[in-house]
Design a protein around this ligand. Structure first.
Ligand code: ATP
Ligand code: MG
Length: 429
């Protein structure tokens, strides 16, 4: 293929890289081969290739080609032009979608924001080599050609794969300035792939972290989900704190992120366990936990001023969420769920009568109960309450009736507790 003489393209063959064709999505292979049959260059690129080389299960496979989006659409029947940040083509095979993007060039001067060096667009088509070099990390720029079973390396990324090292392509300060989200991506890949961080790539992170303030909160939300729902939330949190990136994302969430409250730590560890078991994780619950220290502090002040606990949590939650929206835009449906979880907490303290059964039928009962368990792990005085709510879900109907109506043991204690919020009790502590 016509590579310029100056291009240090290295081609790694099957024996060396070890990727077996059947590890690659058959549909992604089909897309590259059909494009090649139509006379274009086309390769599988990005995270899928990287993950195979690092013995991880790839999430998806993307294709890069020298065909323009309009040309790609003509090659496939089930192709659709998508135009968000740049024009790409989705080729659909049942439930699998293969994303096809045209090679793009390195940024031209007019594409930069003159003040900050930030990239405004990256829409200019380019060559295969340029497309490799405009990517973020060397390990993300490797291309796999299924028809020859070779890996094509324009950025000396294969060496970094073998040595398990994360390195930005080009000059790190320039590359972070072009797109500060790369700071977050560095931490995400570092933790997820268990890599070492090349010193020049690591060096500028702490100092450049404040550049995240210029990124639209909606984009930071997408990135935050990838950071916390990828199965390594706890380790990622610690790395974000270490690199001073956490405080850019959630500046007010907790007083001392270097020493996070046990509830936050446990919530992140539980999230990872659920991801490992393929159980669903809901962002609403995650944000409820991350923002709880702040919400709790605000609510305690309101309660001390005489606001009833449920209202206080509602107002505190609202305040925390709207402050948070300036940094990471949590979509309304998730924020609403967090708020429901917070406001549910004082209601667990009332354990008499039919309202217990009504509570158990509420939509957010399960999530709120899980949250109560988290709080109990942090506040021993809540252990008995949490156990009671665990028990009432396990026992039969007759026993359940005894628990909510029964006389005898526990009643006096319960009466004393009624209406006395532990959030308020916390205010005195
Ligand atoms: P994941 O496993 O999270 O999907 P990924 O590397 O595939 O990881 P994507 O966000 O899907 O990440 O991006 C696909 C590819 O596009 C990357 O591998 C990289 O080559 C390129 N890329 C993505 N984001 C950037 C960026 N901010 N700057 C430069 N290149 C990027
Ligand atoms: Mg990807």
């Amino acid at each position: 293929m016509n590579q310029p003489l100056t291009d240090p393209l290295r081609i790694i063959d099957r024996e060396e890289h070890g990727i077996d064709r059947c590890q690659v999505s058959a549909n992604a292979c089909k897309v590259t081969e059909q494009l090649q049959a139509a006379g274009y260059h086309a390769f599988i690129v990005g995270g899928g290739v990287r993950d195979l080389l690092l013995d991880q299960a790839p999430k998806d496979f993307d294709v890069a080609t020298d065909a323009t989006p309009d040309e790609v659409v003509k090659v496939f029947r089930r192709a659709r032009l998508i135009g968000r940040r740049f024009r790409i083509v989705h080729v659909r095979f049942g439930r699998e979608v293969i994303e096809v993007a045209t090679f793009r060039s390195e940024p031209r001067p007019e594409q930069r924001d003159h003040d900050r060096g930030r990239l405004l667009t990256d829409n200019v088509f380019g060559t295969e080599a340029e497309d490799a070099r405009r990517r973020d990390f060397t390990i993300n720029a490797l291309m796999y050609d299924p028809s020859t079973e070779t890996v094509r390396d324009h950025v000396d990324g294969y060496r970094d794969v073998v040595e398990r090292r994360l390195r930005l392509i080009g000059h790190p300060v320039t590359r972070y300035r072009e797109d500060p989200v790369r700071l977050l991506r560095a931490v995400r890949f570092l933790v997820k792939l268990d890599l070492s961080l090349e010193p020049d790539t690591a060096g500028p992170i702490v100092g450049m972290a404040p550049l995240l303030a210029n990124i639209p909160p909606a984009r930071l939300f997408d990135e935050t989900l990838k950071l916390f729902l990828g199965g390594h939330a706890w380790e990622t949190f610690q790395a974000l704190v270490r690199f001073r990136l956490w405080e850019q994302l959630f500046p007010a969430a907790m007083a001392d992120p270097d020493d996070p409250p046990p509830l936050v730590r446990q919530a992140l560890i539980n999230t990872d366990a659920r991801v490992a078991e393929n159980k669903p994780v809901t962002p609403g619950f995650l944000f409820a936990a991350l923002l709880w220290p702040q919400v709790q502090t605000l609510a305690r002040q309101l309660i001390a001023d005489g606001v009833p606990p449920v209202d206080a949590l509602g107002r505190a939650g609202e305040a925390a969420l709207s402050e948070q929206a300036r940094h990471v835009a949590i979509p309304r449906r998730f924020g609403a769920m967090s708020k429901e979880i917070w406001c549910f907490q004082p209601r667990f303290e009332r354990r008499r009568g039919k309202r217990v059964l009504r509570l158990m039928r509420e939509r957010r009962f399960r999530a709120a109960y899980d949250f109560l368990l988290l709080r109990a792990a942090e506040q021993p005085e809540l252990a008995e309450l949490a156990e009671w709510w665990t028990r009432i879900q396990e026992v039969d109907e007759a026993q359940r009736q005894r628990m909510i109506h029964g006389k005898g043991k526990g009643r006096g204690k319960d009466k004393r507790r009624e209406g006395q919020s532990d959030v308020r009790a916390g205010a005195r502590a």
